[in-house]
Design a protein around this ligand. Structure first.
Ligand SMILES: Nc1ncnc2c1ncn2[C@@H]1O[C@H](COP(=O)(O)OP(=O)(O)OP(=O)(O)O)[C@@H](O)[C@H]1O
Ligand SMILES: [Mg+2]
Length: 238
């Protein structure tokens, strides 16, 4: 069961939103998803408490550096994907969570390439690889991208990251009101009323493509290859 962590030490990069989109989409596809919520705002936990969430999705709040490993171990038997929502600040938890993960997703707003928070995470990952020989697979996901943004502008951003040898997901997360409304309405995009939420179809399509791309990058069997990833190595040692 792969552990996917969303990290960016900059607040408001779109981590929590991306966690909810990915998790509800994976649950809709039938995967058993456990969200580890360490965001002090507890947005996902609050969403969960007020939502009619599917049976195959659960949320564990108050995750910190001391308890994350225990929660991973305890929930392993009934989880296909763990999704970790980190706070928007550098914390001891970030290093621990990264070490336990199979894939790190770094949301970076498409218009703010120099977003320091994303760079901090990428630097930490590079440091682990260069100094410790530990490679944790990771990708940037462009977040809150304006739907009117030109393909050319996005390509330029992708090229810049490629120059730095950073993988960028083909699917950016578009700025959509549905992605804000989901926290108010509860449930998933698929339970929303298209009469009340603008561009709901496009929002659904974007979330589906994002989840499909993540599934291709982090298939379930990958974590089953013991020792293949830092995450599985740490977990089997636990
Ligand atoms: N794709 C999107 N479309 C519309 N609104 C978005 C999108 N992504 C994020 N937002 C909005 O931007 C704000 C910040 O997003 P979010 O809470 O997901 O970021 P975060 O990285 O988790 O922040 P923090 O570091 O504070 O935890 C929220 O109000 C959220 O509703
Ligand atoms: Mg958050």
């Amino acid at each position: 069961m792969p552990v996917i962590t969303f990290a960016n030490t900059k607040g408001g990069a779109g981590k929590t939103t991306a966690v909810l989109l990915l998790s509800t989409e994976l649950a809709r596809l039938g995967y058993r998803v456990t969200i580890l919520d360490s965001d002090p705002q507890r947005w996902i936990t609050r969403w969960y408490e007020t939502s009619d969430a599917p049976d195959n999705l659960k949320v564990i709040p108050y995750i910190n550096a001391s308890n994350i490993q225990t929660h991973l171990r305890d929930n392993k038997p009934d989880t296909d994907y763990f999704i970790v929502d980190l706070p928007g600040a550098s914390s001891p938890l970030m290093a621990v969570a990264i070490g336990l993960s199979d894939h790190i997703l770094v949301p970076i707003q498409g218009c703010a390439m120099d977003a320091k928070g994303g760079a901090q995470v990428l630097e930490l990952l590079r440091y682990l690889e260069d100094k410790g020989g530990i490679r944790i697979d990771h990708s940037v996901v462009l977040s809150r991208v304006n739907s009117m943004v030109t393909t050319r502008a996005l390509s330029a951003v992708k090229a810049l990251l490629a120059e730095r040898r950073v993988r960028v997901l083909d699917t950016p997360i578009i700025e959509r009101s549905a992605y804000r409304d989901i926290f108010d309405y509860g449930g998933s995009l698929h339970g929303m009323d298209p009469e009340r939420v603008s561009n709901l179809d496009k929002a659904k399509e974007n979330a589906e493509m994002f989840a499909q791309e993540v599934l291709r990058l982090v298939p379930m069997r990958k974590a089953a290859n013991a020792g293949q990833t830092a995450g599985s190595a740490v977990r089997s040692a636990a």
